[in-house]
Design a protein around this ligand. Structure first.
Ligand code: IDP
Ligand code: MG
Length: 148
């Protein structure tokens, strides 16, 4: 079953939106397989956002991500990567449609509440950055056959 890495970024934690955001993903049918509050070191933040190294917003982005606790979670489910990306909304909160996390709660480009892996391959890489293998818990949802 597909897995994806979700980060509730420091602005989401500071704004006490962890429960709201995780609740949306749970109600959709995704299941939690790992979760922890992390204050990432710059090295972890730099690896996570390595693809953006050299861009004008890169330094500010690393300062943002290392500036407070982040809630890191792994979610599992059918098409988990695409489902989370759709529910997040586009990068800029001012443009993200209502009904999405960024569209409902954010208006900033950088401080946009949530990260979700953008492909199954990157999900595997990112899960490996943020979690040890034994931190992922495999479990069966009792009503799985009703959810799909
Ligand atoms: P994504 O999170 O929607 O996949 P990316 O383009 O991968 O967006 O950018 C990673 C993160 O970098 C964004 O979520 C946002 O926090 C930040 N970011 C992206 N573009 C800008 C920008 O133009 N200015 C400031 N921050 C940005
Ligand atoms: Mg991205």
């Amino acid at each position: 079953m597909q897995q994806t890495l979700v980060l509730i970024k420091p602005d989401g934690v500071q704004r006490r939106l962890c429960g709201e955001i995780i609740g949306r993903f749970e109600k959709k049918g995704l299941r939690l397989v790992a979760a922890k509050l992390v204050r990432p070191a710059r090295e972890l933040a730099a690896k996570h956002y390595a693809v953006h190294a050299g861009k004008p917003f890169y330094d500010s982005l690393l300062q943002f991500l290392t500036g407070g606790p982040t809630f890191a979670i792994v979610l599992e489910g059918r098409e988990a990567v695409a489902v989370v990306r759709n529910m997040m909304g586009s990068t800029d909160g001012a443009k993200a449609p209502p009904g999405t996390v960024r569209g409902d709660f954010g208006i900033s480009v950088q401080n946009n509440l949530v990260h979700g892996s953008d492909s199954p391959e990157n999900a595997d890489l990112e899960i490996g950055l943020w979690f040890q293998p034994d931190e992922l818990v495999s479990w069966t949802v009792a009503d799985q056959s009703w959810i799909g």
